[in-house]
Design a protein around this ligand. Structure first.
Ligand code: HEC
Length: 214
């Protein structure tokens, strides 16, 4: 019934506008100048600005609209495929360590052992923490979680991925607002399929902790 009234609303509103009747009092709830039907009927392409960054120029908004109208639907499979490629890319973030995510987290698991990274603290103090390599099977459901030597700051999964990119792949962080960041996090999440969300849970070390490592 509601749908039936809605369908009537557009012609009613259109008639009232043509007749110059400034306000459309409407014949019932949802009908009138403020109704969604009326707004949609009057929407101009530029109204997409409502969804966009208010600081975009008209030209950028037009470009965005064109891209949105022409883009083919993305799929889970395609995103996972892209994520898998990133995961195996040793040049990720222009990294020069010659290793990809898979070098330590092979097949989403752990190669075992520990990895050392270098942190230069203010004042030039160099700190080289040795960190046990966790499996990523079941890791995604443990985010967000506090991390760092003193578990001093909260991170989400893409930020954690970035930490490995900079610490171990020796590459630049990926902007979290990019498709690459989403695809990589999506791929890591696929190793947690069916697992229950356990935010804050510690990393999983299938072979147990490594002596002398965090
Ligand atoms: C040199 C080995 C190495 C490489 C290469 C590496 N990682 Fe890691 N990864 C680690 C270690 C060690 C930790 C544990 C860090 C810690 O304890 O703070 C870790 C932790 C993680 C975690 C958090 C797991 C959890 O349960 O807390 C994620 C997610 C992760 N890595 C993803 C990645 C991704 C994505 C890449 C590729 C961009 C990557 N790693 C590359 C060694 C590596």
């Amino acid at each position: 019934m509601k749908r039936y009234i809605s369908l009537l609303a557009i012609p009613l509103f259109a008639f009232a506008s043509c007749a110059g009747g400034g306000t459309t009092a409407g014949a019932g709830k949802g009908i009138g100048a403020d109704s969604m039907e009326a707004k949609l009927a009057n929407a101009k392409p530029i109204d997409i600005r409502m969804m966009a960054d208010p600081y975009l120029s008209d030209a950028e908004v037009a470009e965005l609209m064109k891209a949105m109208q022409n883009s083919a639907p993305d799929t889970m499979e395609a995103s996972l495929e892209r994520g898998k490629k990133i995961y195996h890319d040793p040049t990720l973030g222009n990294g020069n360590a010659g290793q990809s995510c898979a070098s330590c987290h092979e097949g989403g698991g752990s190669i075992g052992g520990a990895a050392t990274t270098e942190v230069i603290k203010p004042g030039g103090f160099v700190f080289r923490p040795k960190l046990s390599i966790p499996t990523l099977k079941g890791a995604a459901v443990s985010f967000p979680k506090p991390r760092g030597p003193r578990r001093g700051f909260m991170v989400n999964l893409p930020a954690m991925n970035n930490m490995c990119i900079s610490a171990f792949n020796k590459g630049q962080w990926i902007d979290q607002n990019t498709q690459a960041s989403v695809d990589l996090a999506n791929y890591i999440s696929s190793f947690s399929k069916g697992k229950k969300w356990k935010p804050g849970a510690k990393k999983i070390l299938p072979a147990g902790p490594v002596a002398g490592a965090m």
